[in-house]
Structures are given as C-alpha cells and as structure tokens.
Design a protein around this ligand. Sequence first.
Ligand code: SF4
Length: 379
Amino acid sequence: MTTHPGPDPELAVAYLEGARDPGPLFAEAARLRDEGKGRIVTYSRKVFIPLTTLCRDRCTYCTFAKPPGAGGVYLEPEEVLAIARAGERRGCTEALFTLGDRPEARWPQAVRFLEAHGHSSTISYLREMTELVNEETALFPHANPGVMTEGEVAILRPSNPSMGLMLENISPRLCEPGMPHHGSPDKEPEVRVATIEAAGRLKVPFTTGILVGIGETAVEIVDSLFALAELHRRHGHLQEVIVQNFRAKADTPMRSHAEPVPFWFARVVAVARWILGPEMNLQVPPNLTDSFEQYLDAGINDWGGVSPLTIDWVNPEAPWPHLAELEARTEAAGFRLRPRLPVYPEYLGPEWIAPALREKVAAAVTSEGFVRPREGVRG
Ligand code: SF4
C-alpha cells in the first residue's frame, strides 16, 4: 500500500525543480509500472523510412529537415520498398515513416515531385507508400507525418495499424520569437492537440510524447503531461507516451543549448509515470541515452523502435544499441524483453484495427499480443 499522493501538479513541479527528495517519486513510479505492466519491457523491431526530408517548418534543433539542394528529397517508391524489404529480411515488423511536415506548402520542388507521382499532397503520397509496404512486405507501417486533419488520419488508417505525433510541449510560448518553434506553424500546440483528438475520434492507436530540454519550464512539462492524460481520458487511444530528451546537434541554432542530464531527466520520466498512471506504455528511446537502468527505475516499460538496419534519421549521431546489449541489460535489471508490433498488444481488437489489417495483424502476434517469432529470425 503506497502512501504517496496521487498526481498533483504542484508536487510534480517541486520534484522537477529539485525542491523535494525524489526518492518517493521513483518508488511510486516503479510501483505503478509494476502494477500495470509487470516486469515485461517491450520494443519494436523497425526500419526507418524518411519518406521526405523536406519540411515547411523551421525548428531550431532539427537536422532532419533539409532544403532542396541540401539533401531535401522524397524517396521514390522503389527506394521505400527496398528499405522495407531489407528490414523484412532482418526480422523487422515496423516500417516507421517519418517525414517533414507538409513540404508542398513551402517548396515548389515538393509540388513538382508530388505532381509527377500523381499526388497533390505529401499525405496522399504517404498513403500510397504505406499501402505498398503493407501489401508487399510483412512489415506494418506506422505513419509519423506531422500534423494531420481528421480526413488525412482517416485515409491512412486502413494501411497503418497505429500512427504518431509528438505533442512535444503544450506551451505556445515555445513558438514565440527566439524560441525553438518560432516559424513552425505545425508546432502550435493547438493544432497538434487537434490531430491527437482526431486520431482519438477515429479510434487510431496513437503514439505521442514530450520533447524535454528545449527551453520549456518545469511547469510547462507538467502541464504537457496532464494535457496528454486528459486526451487519453477522453479517447483511450494513447497507446504510448515517449519521453524524449533533447540532443544538441552541430549545425543547428541550438548546438550550444544544454542537454538534459540523466539524473534530472529520470525525474521527468518518473513524473510522467506518476501522472499517466499504471496502464500507460511509457517509453524512453534507448539510442539517446546510456542510462538504461536509471530509466527502468523511473517507471518505463518500453524502449520504442530499435533498428538492426537503418540509422535514426532524426538523431543520426546516436546509434541504436545492439539488441543483444539491450536485452542483456534489461534482463539483468529484472525484466523480460519482448518484441511488439508498432501497435501495442492492448490495441489489437477490432475496435482499433481497420478491417483490411486485421488478418495480417492476427497472424503476426502470439496469444499475448507480442510478435510471433519467424523461422530463422530472432524476434
Ligand atoms: S517539424 Fe519536424 S522535420 Fe520539420 S523542422 Fe520541425 S522537427 Fe524538423
């Protein structure tokens, strides 16, 4: 029986600001994780498909987006398929489509590429590519294309068992001049919340999360987590929340910005578990840290997408840990590591999965909802 109080914004801020001993917070976070998830930690074996590195936004920490002529391109269908097929040979089950936001709104080159391929929008091209991967390979697409309208979520649903959009932060202050999201219309919190709401109405298992260390305050972190808890309370569709630490990249305006240190970032993770509760799947990306054990102690139950094949295009300087190391360290800490699809075991029912995907999903999982091992491939 815990004596720790339930989620409280003021106490959460006090933990993050160092005004309270975090010991009880970590104990509570680990207890909540064990209550909801037991001692199983999941990951998704994936390939990363950067469908386009063009973007209309200007986030000051980003090296993924590139202008035309400096590497900003679209992948051709055969390139998409080649990555997916290589992943299939290595036992991957997720094709993570990450791309810049609505490049056609800024770049004539994007409009020309899309027109030449019979599309008027990047989302329409994404739909064709996720259908292609879904039909031609054993992989399951997980579209992460930035802000979407409800209609756009709807056209992607039949080929994507799950989708995602990071909230990053609920504070509009981060869009003001001099802040990292200035000049990035897709980073306005209200349009991101609208996308997450639309996915909820359409029953799409949805991945979101916060980006930590980009100039936000402790209050803004806590507000963001409560906002996600409220979205999940309304729709029940947040299949996971990622707590991602900012990494400073050379050649960006934020190259000298301090990165969160692990002992403090672990507090953010523990606060997230406390606010989001025992049932939420809580993830820290394992390639952005070496503090695996610290984050397990802080209440996570997922390592997210790990690729045996492709780099993390969003954080290209950060290699994925070898799966054997991830497994060894997770198990040494007292957990069992299990592979999942991009969609979590709790969201495999017909309410959540489009009819066109149900048979393929059912054939890919065990009775517990984890990935069914394929012959000759280590899960
Ligand atoms: S929206 Fe995403 S891809 Fe575009 S600039 Fe911002 S972080 Fe980079």
